[in-house]
Write a protein that binds this ligand. Structure first.
Ligand SMILES: Cc1cc2nc3c(=O)[nH]c(=O)nc-3n(C[C@H](O)[C@H](O)[C@H](O)COP(=O)(O)OP(=O)(O)OC[C@H]3O[C@@H](n4cnc5c(N)ncnc54)[C@H](O)[C@@H]3O)c2cc1C
Length: 386
């Protein structure tokens, strides 16, 4: 890659994070998942090295970079076989939203901890009856004196067991019109009335997903992040980084799977030459490599636009990057498993579990179909069916 695409600093960051990733790698992830633990050692080391908060403002302990840098961190850890999913949530969504819209007190309270990894924040928007259609969320905050009382349910919320708080997307009622407006609240995970239940997922990952019940959770006035009337703007300030980071997660996983397959195809010989010499094996691997590189280019474009403050331009590119990376990841993993023949399905080689894991990037945080809807309507101007 030339300096036109990535600066010397970015390349150096890539190399340094890759070295940390190699120190941990897939074996660490497999062992830690088997013990049912979070990736605490890697999280803590990445925090000490400044990688977790690389996108957060320097005055609050961050690295002063942007989503461009944070996506490099996640991609390289993933390519080494040990991605940190909570990077998508804690510094990318929550850190960004608090940096951009939080009060001084909220920034002081949260950003240094999110940056060095001593504190972690989850993010909750999805509800049982409002998955892809987040306009239907019903988690509602009502005023009680100076406090808020928050009630509702959330599903598939990642990493709540590791988190000090969850940034919850709820709604408040407009006093004048009675209409509901989206709002963001910092909800401590030890608050009274806050319940979490793990969801039994078929995912070989250290980060668990939870169903949340919020039953009149009492929150102080300053639990609200940003302006009550800002509507979707503040929310998308966090959702675009989430999409870009999910692309980084997918590209990292795809690269890891592809690397394992290429290594195997170079050696495994069942006729006269290694299987990698057969074009039926080599070409799909080459295609997977091309698709991952193309997805990365779109991810870099989205990250640049976002970091430059172009929220609208970043929106389209972040959706496209998430789509391209999710699809490239699913195909790379599928081809990697196939390349290993029977070994692709053994626990020893550890690739089969990536088949499920790769699907996450196709579904979350916005599904393949919802990206195609966005492009159909926003980019192409086609009419809506819903
Ligand atoms: C591992 C994992 C981690 C997650 N972590 C979080 C988290 O931390 N926080 C959080 O808030 N959420 C999280 N989610 C939730 C995730 O964002 C949702 O699963 C996602 O938005 C899809 O919603 P849904 O599952 O309700 O699917 P649904 O909305 O029910 O969609 C089901 C299917 O219907 C299709 N579909 C729906 N509407 C349309 C339409 N109009 N046109 C065409 N097709 C359509 C979808 O593409 C999909 O294939 C996570 C999910 C997973 C799997």
């Amino acid at each position: 890659m030339t300096t036109l695409i990535e600066s010397e600093e970015h390349k150096a960051l890539r190399t340094a994070v890759a070295a940390l990733g190699r120190r941990y790698g897939r074996e660490y992830l497999t062992r830690t998942v088997a013990e049912g633990k979070p990736l605490a050692e890697l999280w803590s080391d990445a925090g000490k090295l400044g990688y977790l908060g690389v996108n957060l403002p320097e005055e609050y302990g961050g690295g002063g970079g942007g989503i461009t840098e944070l996506s490099i961190v996640l991609e390289e850890l993933g390519a080494a076989g040990s991605p940190l999913l909570m990077l998508v949530v804690s510094p990318a969504i929550c850190g960004t939203v608090i940096s951009r819209f939080g009060t001084e007190a909220q920034k002081h309270a949260w950003l240094p901890g999110l940056a060095d990894g001593t504190r972690l924040m989850a993010f909750g928007i999805t509800e049982p009856d409002a998955g892809s259609n987040s306009h239907r969320i019903t988690t509602t905050a009502r005023r009680d004196g100076a406090d808020w009382l928050l009630t509702g349910r959330k599903v598939f919320i990642s990493g709540v067991d590791m988190a000090d708080a969850v940034l919850i997307v709820g709604r408040t009622e407009d006093a004048r019109t009675g209409r509901l407006k989206p709002c963001l609240f910092i909800v401590p995970t030890d608050a009274e009335g806050f319940q979490k239940r793990p969801i039994d997922m078929e995912l070989n990952a250290a980060e668990k997903q939870f169903e949340l019940v919020l039953d009149d959770v009492r929150l102080p006035a300053d639990a609200l992040v940003g302006d009550e009337d800002a509507g979707l703007l503040q929310l998308f300030a966090g959702l675009n980084p989430e999409r870009i980071m999910t692309a980084a997660f997918a590209i990292g996983m795809g690269r890891y799977a592809l690397g394992r397959a290429v290594e195997y195809a170079r050696d495994r010989t069942v006729w006269k030459t290694p299987i990698g010499a057969h074009q039926a094996i080599a070409h799909p691997l080459a295609q997977a490599h091309i698709d991952l590189e193309l997805a990365r280019l779109m991810m870099q474009k989205a990250a640049r636009l976002y970091d430059a403050g172009d929220d609208i331009g970043a929106g389209e590119a972040a959706n496209m990057a998430k789509y391209a990376a999710g699809e490239a990841c699913v195909r790379a993993v599928d081809q990697a498993v196939h390349t290993l023949g029977g070994n692709g399905l053994t626990r020893e080689f550890g690739l089969a579990s990536l088949i499920t894991a790769a699907r996450v990037a196709r579904i979350a945080p916005v599904s393949r179909e919802m990206v195609l809807n966005y492009v159909s309507h926003q980019s192409l101007g086609l009419p809506k069916s819903y």
